[in-house]
Design a protein around this ligand. Structure first.
Ligand code: G4P
Ligand code: NA
Ligand code: NA
Length: 194
């Protein structure tokens, strides 16, 4: 998605440890005009799919998931992160290990909002090591719902997440795939642009 790649080049900041900061338009302050275009692009890419629910994970996936859902006219469910030891009640759960944050947390989704017969599109802002997306896919599987695909705004192509998700046979659409970043020069190489 050219508009997105241009914006990342213009306003993205490359930080130590291969971290791409996009706080001015995606992760902290949010550009809602850009969000609407992102929603339309996911609608275009998954136009051939029957989808009745969007599933994402708090916190930063929620805004994007809402604009995508608005294009499909379906509800959004967001998985909640918790560190509670004993998870009670009628919920699906999965463990997610965050390398970036160096911690493990459980994600939960109420059985009331996901189950057999649902056709689910996963949406998230970033794909790095793929743990969050794997956790969401596990929840969908546990629920008996059908996983239609996954949509990611920015995939870090030099980390393992994209390969893991694609190798599971999950249809993955990433609007911008960063293949490399150079902190010194500020250069960003996107897949397909070489
Ligand atoms: P993974 O889910 O792909 O395995 O990602 P990982 O654990 O490595 O990353 C942890 C968090 O950091 C995730 O957000 C992920 O979206 C985000 N992240 C990873 N790399 C980058 C990056 O280069 N730039 C930015 N801006 N974010 C990155 P999270 O823990 O789900 O937190 P939240 O922000 O959604 O609350
Ligand atoms: Na994030
Ligand atoms: Na996220």
């Amino acid at each position: 998605m050219q508009l997105l790649k241009d914006r990342i080049r213009k306003d993205g900041k490359i930080k130590a440890g291969n971290v791409l900061k996009v706080d001015s338009f995606l992760n902290h302050q949010m550009d809602t005009d850009l969000f609407v275009e992102i929603g339309k692009e996911f609608k275009r890419r998954f136009a051939d799919c029957e989808i009745n629910k969007i599933l994402t994970i708090e916190a930063s996936g929620i805004g994007i998931a809402c604009v995508v859902a608005q294009q499909f006219h379906v509800p959004v469910v967001f998985a909640k992160k918790t560190q509670t030891k004993n998870i009670a009640g009628d919920v699906y759960t999965s463990k997610v290990e965050s390398y970036t944050h160096g911690r493990v947390y459980d994600i939960i989704v109420s059985k009331e909002f996901l189950g057999k017969g649902d056709k689910v599109l996963l949406i998230d802002d970033f794909l790095a090591n793929g743990k969050a997306l794997e956790g969401l896919a596990a929840v969908v599987e546990e629920s008996g719902a059908e996983l239609v695909g996954a949509g990611i705004v920015i995939e870090k192509g030099f980390q393992v997440g994209g390969d893991i998700i694609r190798s599971k046979g999950i249809r993955l659409e990433s609007l911008a795939i960063v293949d490399s970043m150079d902190e010194e020069t500020g250069t960003i190489v996107f897949r397909g642009d070489e």
